[in-house]
Design a protein around this ligand. Structure first.
Ligand SMILES: Cc1ncc(COP(=O)(O)O)c(C=O)c1O
Length: 362
């Protein structure tokens, strides 16, 4: 196969028979379709080897590969947007590069050069730009992943890894889109304890969350709201997003103390909220305070925030045997204003005064 080499990035040709049919924007779901190309980079002999952009394809790994046994796996999630003027952009990819670096360190994996992380994603997205949907709310979801591939049994850091990136044209994560979701507060199982790996984006955190999520789904709830592991008193985050509460006209979200994922959307929302003139506090709220606030009317809005979920209003929460409606199940004023500002910047409708938008092509 003919190849073009750019220093440490080799671009393989895509045979026409490997090109797939594209899905119309209004038929997209989340994470079910993948584009024609992927990126793969191997780590062996103590170094990252040249990366290859190649046709999307299966891997062949030994059943003894360490990832299958001891879960040494980390990943990221970011999006490429097709803006109104046709420009293709990434949203704060440097933050994903930084978080991937931190996750790698925590899981004793070889960190990936941050410039390579961003530049190689730009190249891959540029090649796959025809796959980027344009309908508001849709985007090209980008999934960089690193796994331990050394075929050896024994609990130890692998000496071999795959770093790969796949792309998926997607609709918002929740089928509700920007409509209120229902969330169950989990008071038995926990997600992350202090000193654990809660702030790393590692596969095991998600595997550990599945059972509680399954029970919540059986009761009709989209996701679980986790409480702190020690006292089961303070709210932490939701399955795939951080969470904020508007109490007494102030936006509260849990602080970054090691047990929640440091969300890039969370960071952006904090900045946007301050600039919209809202009071913001990075403080843990007790679940009892939240319940009392909803019952007394002083807690007026709850919303989730994440790359996949965007801004996701919460219309109902269940805690023990209490089912509580927030704002009569309607989208709150601050939630809407923050959603408009964030998506406005991402889709090029509003000015990016923060320098968060990174064009894929100049
Ligand atoms: C557990 C968890 N918390 C929070 C988030 C939000 O992070 P971000 O805004 O960087 O997507 C995610 C997103 O994937 C997540 O999986």
């Amino acid at each position: 196969m003919e190849s073009v080499t750019h220093s440490d990035l080799i671009i393989e040709e895509l045979p026409p028979e490997m090109m797939k049919q594209k899905i119309p924007d209004d038929q997209l779901t989340f994470g079910t379709e993948f584009t024609d190309r992927m990126l793969l980079r191997e780590y062996k002999n103590g170094a990252w080897q040249p990366a290859r952009i190649m046709p999307f394809q299966n891997f062949s790994l030994s059943p003894a590969a360490l990832v299958f046994h001891y879960g040494q796996a980390i990943f990221e999630g970011l999006k490429a947007f097709r803006q109104n003027n046709g420009r293709i952009v990434l949203f704060r990819p440097d933050m994903n590069a930084e978080r991937m670096w931190n996750s790698a360190k925590r899981l004793v994996m070889p960190p990936l050069d941050k410039e390579f992380f961003v530049d190689s994603i730009k190249t891959l997205v540029r090649l796959e730009k025809d796959w980027i949907p344009s309908k508001k709310g849709t985007a090209l979801y980008i999934r960089p992943t690193m796994i331990a591939t050394q075929p050896i049994l024994g609990v130890r850091p692998s000496e071999e890894y795959y770093y790969f990136v796949i792309l998926s044209p997607s609709a918002p994560y929740f089928k509700e889109g920007f409509s209120p979701t229902k969330i169950k507060v989990e008071d038995k199982y926990t997600r992350a304890a202090p000193g654990g790996v809660g702030e790393a984006k590692t596969a095991g955190n998600y595997a550990a969350s599945l059972y509680a999520a399954k029970l919540a789904k059986q009761e009709g709830y989209s996701q679980v709201l986790w409480l702190d592991a020690c006292q089961k008193k303070y709210v932490e985050e939701v399955g795939a997003m951080n969470i904020a509460f508007v109490l007494d006209d102030t936006i509260y979200t849990s602080p970054l103390k090691g047990t929640i994922l440091p969300g890039i959307t969370r960071d952006s929302v904090l900045q946007i909220s301050k600039d919209l003139g809202y009071k913001v506090k990075e403080e843990s709220l007790a679940i009892d305070t939240i319940v009392e606030g909803i019952e007394s009317g002083s807690l007026t809005e709850i919303f989730g925030m994440g790359t996949a979920a965007i801004i996701s209003p919460v219309g109902e929460i269940k805690y023990k045997d209490k089912v509580l409606q927030i704002n009569n199940g309607n989208i709150g004023e601050k939630t809407k204003a923050i959603y408009d500002e964030l998506t406005g910047i991402q889709y090029g409708i509003k000015e990016d005064k923060y320098g968060w938008i990174v064009p894929v092509e100049e």
